[in-house]
Design a protein around this ligand. Structure first.
Ligand SMILES: O=P(O)(O)OC[C@H]1O[C@](O)(CO)[C@@H](O)[C@@H]1O
Length: 360
């Protein structure tokens, strides 16, 4: 194993097949010569979660590779070599040797399927899993051809469950879509989507997704972008009643979305004359993860109580820790071990880091 102490761990691209299309921007970020949208619209970051994709059961897709001390290794093997150092003894005592976190870049070219994920309570009760799939979106940018970028987070007009079941069976997508209003999004917005809340991301919305570490999804739309979902991939190998049983039918008018789904920033703490750290999602909003952001134009020393996955969401900087010195650019991402006391960050102009923390 590489000499990993007193170093951050870099997380190179880890593209994952999905049933929707996108990824041209991710290609561009990683320097591909001919960026193109295809069925690899996501980059899973610091992932120990295996993707569940129809027809790809034999491929161990989703698990991240890590780079530490200039050596490439399996991220899970690295964490397992010293869980208390990487994750923190308190985290390991409470949650075991798993980060309990999954972060992704999502770069959809098309609107995603109408879908819903189990809540933690549903996952524990029905799926024998400690995690459901509560998720959060932090919008990074939107494609210029999308003049009114949006997401759907429902229902604004909840249907009767029996009607919804019929619309799913007959694929009356217009009727399903009519249960939602478009929620406009822009760079810097953050939304929390608890398990049980039906949703669909709009086209061209490039984001960081922070979520519980599972790939559980029920999809109510069977065809998107010319791809037909096999039956087993629609309701996690179960039937339409199971798919509908995941859904929370509580009405969520746009005013409630603004109050409950749109998050932060708050709890601003000054870190320098032109630098601060703030909370985007705190433990009072979900028990599943926490999200913060550091905006800085001064050199700062950054110390945290727990491990986190950091994503440079604007600008560029030099990161110094011990004898490690790294140049990080926009959309670079890294894992900062719990055992690492502090980092020195020297921005070139204005820079911004999104911090994705595990549950408490
Ligand atoms: O059902 P689809 O279109 O493959 O989308 C699945 C994707 O949707 C999300 O749940 C976001 O809503 C991602 O986490 C996931 O990878």
């Amino acid at each position: 194993m590489a000499n990993y102490r007193d170093k951050v761990v870099l997380l190179p691209p880890n593209r994952v097949w999905r049933s929707y299309t996108g990824g041209a921007l991710l290609d561009q970020i990683s320097g591909a010569s001919t960026p193109a949208d295809n069925h690899f619209p996501e980059d899973w970051i610091g992932s120990l979660t295996r993707a569940i994709s129809p027809g790809r059961e034999e491929i161990a897709e989703g698990i991240s590779t890590a780079i530490v001390d200039e050596q490439s290794c399996d991220f899970g093997t690295l964490l397992a070599s010293d869980p208390d150092y990487f994750l923190g003894a308190d985290h390991v005592a409470k949650h075991g040797p798993s980060p309990m976190l999954l972060i992704k870049f999502l770069d959809p070219a098309i609107r995603l399927h109408f879908q819903c994920h189990p809540s933690q309570e549903f996952a524990r009760r029905v799926l024998n899993s400690p995690s459901g799939k509560t998720e959060a979106y932090h919008i990074l940018r939107t494609r210029p051809e999308e003049s009114a970028p949006f997401i759907y987070v429902g229902f604004q007009r909840p249907p009767d469950p029996a009607d919804l079941k019929r619309w799913i069976e007959t694929q009356d997508i217009a009727a399903i879509e009519a249960c939602f209003d478009k929620i406009p999004v822009k760079r810097g917005d953050t939304f929390l989507i608890p398990g049980g809340v039906p949703h669909a991301l709009g086209p061209g919305v490039f984001m960081v997704e922070i979520q519980e570490p599972t790939d559980f999804v029920a999809r109510y739309e069977f065809q998107r972008g010319g791809y037909e979902l096999p039956e087993a991939a629609r309701f996690m190998g179960r039937d339409v009643d199971f798919g509908v049983s995941l859904i929370d039918f509580m009405p969520r008018p746009l005013s409630a979305i603004e109050t409950h789904s749109r998050c932060g920033p708050r709890d601003r703490q000054e870190r320098g004359p032109a630098s601060w750290q703030e909370t985007l999602i705190g433990p009072d909003q979900t028990p599943c993860f926490r999200v913060g952001r550091t905006c800085f134009a001064d050199p700062i020393t950054k110390a945290e109580d727990s491990f986190y996955i950091g994503i440079v969401t604007a600008g560029s900087l030099e990161l110094h820790v011990g004898d490690q010195s790294l140049q990080l650019n926009t959309y670079d991402k890294f894992f900062c071990p719990a055992g690492l006391e502090s980092l020195e960050l020297r921005p070139h102009g204005n820079a911004e880091i999104l911090e994705c923390y595990p549950p408490l």
